[in-house]
Design a protein around this ligand. Structure first.
Ligand SMILES: Cc1ncc(COP(=O)(O)O)c(C=O)c1O
Length: 425
């Protein structure tokens, strides 16, 4: 894989922090943006900034056609049946909230079951807990086994035992903590066998694995644009047309309607009826640029297999450099994609839970040391607190790779972490 030619396209990665080259290993939180995406944002604001679907002037016509085109690019990328199945959102979280507050709210009743997993991101737990308070359905979590895989037997039994009650299955494709890929095709098939509807959280997989919604067979799928080299403020939910056609609107306002009078309104066509108000136009258009860039780059490196192998090699390189050091505690299996979560014995990190947890002095010192050396990694629960609780561990450190990560990044990161441990122990 010609890593350097990819890295060169990312201006932020050419920077220095405290005179040291930036080593960006936080791509699971957000990816960096290639120059073509940055150019697209600047082009929109310098050349055709205007609102979409409304004015008939030239600028608006251009923005509107780019907006529609962007939906087509995403539809093609996911292999959706039509762009009408693609609703642009600000991120993955908004997509899940849309699904919960439309499909789930309309269809769930007290006594029904929604199936999640113990490895979900908070974005795929909290919206369900919020609706549960209103409706009173039950939530069951597919357990994560001691070998970090989902307990599919448990799920099969639940499906058999509760076939009349399980109505929705909502699961993560690739864990943002364990780097484990779940068999979403099988989970979808099992869900469908009893008539349940299946939503997939593809936040981490979208930039790492091929996604084909027709092949998976899922009813809905969400992702964030900023995790696939696109801008923040962009994302998408795919929903099968036959389901989408029956859904109540999510937010009310301009552009989601055809006509309005004092007492009622009629709905616009798909997908616009789910995109109320002025959307993040520049970001949505740049998302399509990011996806086209990503597809082209995957083609140039020789396909997804090459990217997957590249990530596996980097991960294995990182883990093997800590072999035999008993203070390095890997969270999860060695075989993984995208992310490596681990603990350093004697160090504790507060992550994003500043109010409830305290990093110990060593934890604070090593985090300061690491960031002063230009290394960008994350500490915390990675928005997957129930998973950490399941294994009785506190916040972890996480290194995550992207398409631009190379062996040099990994070697430098290992060196900095080891130096940090030696200095602060
Ligand atoms: C697996 C998973 N799901 C959902 C999300 C939420 O994404 P966003 O914050 O962009 O909505 C993330 C973000 O880290 C994630 O990793």
């Amino acid at each position: 894989m010609k890593k350097n030619s990819i890295k060169k396209q990312f201006p932020i990665l050419q920077q220095k922090i405290n005179g040291k080259p930036v080593i960006y290993l936080d791509s699971a939180a957000t990816t960096q943006k290639p120059q073509c995406v940055i150019d697209s944002l600047s082009e929109y604001y310098t050349e055709y900034n205007s609102n979409i679907h409304r004015s008939s002037h030239k600028l608006s016509q251009k923005a509107t056609s780019k907006w529609i085109e962007a939906h087509k690019v995403v539809a093609d990328f996911l292999n959706a049946g039509t762009y009408e199945e693609i609703i642009f959102t600000r991120n993955c979280t908004e997509g899940i909230n849309l699904f919960v507050n439309t499909y789930a709210k309309q269809n769930l009743q007290k006594g029904d079951i929604v199936v999640l997993t113990e490895m979900e991101h908070h974005s795929n737990i909290v919206p369900w807990l919020m609706l549960q308070k209103e409706v009173g359905f039950d939530i069951e979590y597919i357990p994560v086994k001691d070998n970090y895989k989902l307990d599919i037997k448990w799920y099969e039994e639940l499906i058999k035992k509760e076939k009349d009650r399980v109505k929705i299955v909502s699961i993560i494709h690739l864990s943002n903590v364990l780097g484990i890929v779940n068999d979403i095709k099988k989970i979808t098939e099992l869900g469908h066998s009893i008539g349940a509807v299946v939503l997939i959280d593809a936040a981490q997989s979208v930039a790492r694995l091929p996604i084909d919604v027709q092949d998976i067979g899922c009813d809905a799928l969400v992702f964030s644009g900023h995790k696939i080299y696109g801008p923040t403020g962009s994302g998408c939910i795919y929903i099968k047309k036959e389901i989408l056609e029956e859904l109540p609107p999510y937010m009310g306002g301009g552009e989601m309607i055809k006509e309005v009078n004092r007492k009622s309104f009629t709905l616009n066509g798909l997908p616009w009826r789910f995109e109320a108000g002025t959307p993040d136009i520049a970001d949505g258009i740049a998302l399509a640029v990011a996806i086209s860039w990503f597809k082209e780059t995957i083609k140039n490196i020789g396909g997804y297999e090459v990217l997957i192998q590249h990530e596996k090699n980097l991960i294995s390189r990182f883990i093997s450099k800590f072999e035999g050091l008993d203070w390095f505690k890997l969270f999860g299996k060695r075989e993984r994609i995208g992310v490596i979560s681990f603990n350093l014995e004697g160090f504790s990190f507060m992550g994003c839970k500043k109010e409830t947890l305290e990093s110990n002095d060593q934890g604070k010192k090593i985090l300061d040391f690491i960031s002063s050396r230009g290394l960008c990694i994350r500490d915390g629960f990675h928005c997957a607190q129930p998973l950490h609780t399941r294994f009785s561990i506190g916040p972890t450190m996480r290194v995550s790779v992207g398409i631009y990560t190379d062996e040099r990044d990994i070697d430098r990161a290992v060196q900095i972490i080891k130096q940090g441990v030696l200095r602060t122990m």
